[in-house]
Design a protein around this ligand. Structure first.
Ligand SMILES: C[S@@+](CC[C@H](N)C(=O)[O-])C[C@H]1O[C@@H](n2cnc3c(N)ncnc32)[C@H](O)[C@@H]1O
Length: 235
């Protein structure tokens, strides 16, 4: 892989349209809800979702706080096309729900903004020091270690001082069952990029990028391995 290429959402061998049905098998509602709980978007917040893929997390965050600005960034136009359709459907569903409930307030609050870009270009794509929260799910395990470092550095640059980082990804695989389950992901995304995650590299890389208060706040066992939710702050 060269430094401008990336592994697509469903891995090296499967089309993007298979991504959503596959990720649904990973206790997705549970871990995405935990991510939303840690992001806890506020009305004035700018929240950037790095490697937003087909947009499920960005759409959820917009639903949690419609007044927040949510920006999804991904290098894959095909994934972003799915994200746009998903967001439009969520708005339509929200509008019809509020109409049928005879409420005047819209529950939709519009859709996330979508931008094309690589994670290591984040500060150029979104603006340095502009984000209150940077969030990313299931992205870093697909990146080579130098790219993991570069993405984390760009996330740090994009956050305002005091801003929050929330990362959900495959973390340290602590049991034989989880290591076995994670082999499915390693087959799809390649061992070279995924094994450092399974060995527990992410907290060290997050701290090395300049973040403070780095914590593994949650772990969720799934059929594809153990997901960890890391939180940290830009000092
Ligand atoms: C497994 S999908 C996860 C999508 C989404 N975040 C989610 O939770 O469903 C990984 C996504 O990361 C994107 N990606 C891969 N390498 C990237 C990089 N270096 N910078 C930004 N996004 C990247 C891919 O295009 C893909 O959409």
């Amino acid at each position: 892989m060269n430094e401008r290429s990336f592994t697509p959402a469903a891995g090296r061998f499967a089309p993007v349209r298979l991504y959503d049905p596959v990720v649904a098998l990973t206790r997705e509602r549970l871990w995405r809800s935990l991510v939303a709980m840690h992001v806890a978007p506020r009305p004035e917040d700018v929240v950037v979702d790095v490697g937003c893929g087909t947009g499920s997390l960005a759409v959820l965050l917009k639903r949690v706080e419609p007044r927040a600005t949510v920006i999804g960034v991904d290098p894959d136009p095909e994934a972003l096309a799915v994200a746009r359709r998903k967001a439009a459907a969520a708005v339509a569903a929200g509008t019809s729900a509020s109409t049928s409930a005879s409420t005047s307030a819209s529950t939709s609050g519009g859709t996330p903004e979508w931008r094309t870009g690589m994670g290591d270009d984040l500060a150029a794509v979104v603006g340095a020091g502009t984000a209150d929260t940077v969030v990313s799910s299931l992205v870093l395990h697909q990146c080579p270690v130098p790219m993991k470092r570069a993405v984390l550095a760009a996330m740090h640059e994009t956050l305002r001082p005091g801003g929050k980082l929330v990362i959900a990804d495959y973390g340290k695989q602590r049991t034989a069952a989880m290591r076995l389950a994670f082999r499915f992901v390693q087959l799809a995304d390649g061992k070279a990029d995924t094994q450092p995650n399974a060995d527990g590299i992410l907290p060290r890389l997050i701290a090395a990028a300049g973040f403070q208060d780095v914590r593994e706040s949650e772990t969720v066992a799934t059929v594809t391995g153990s997901l960890s939710l890391y939180t940290a702050r830009r000092p």
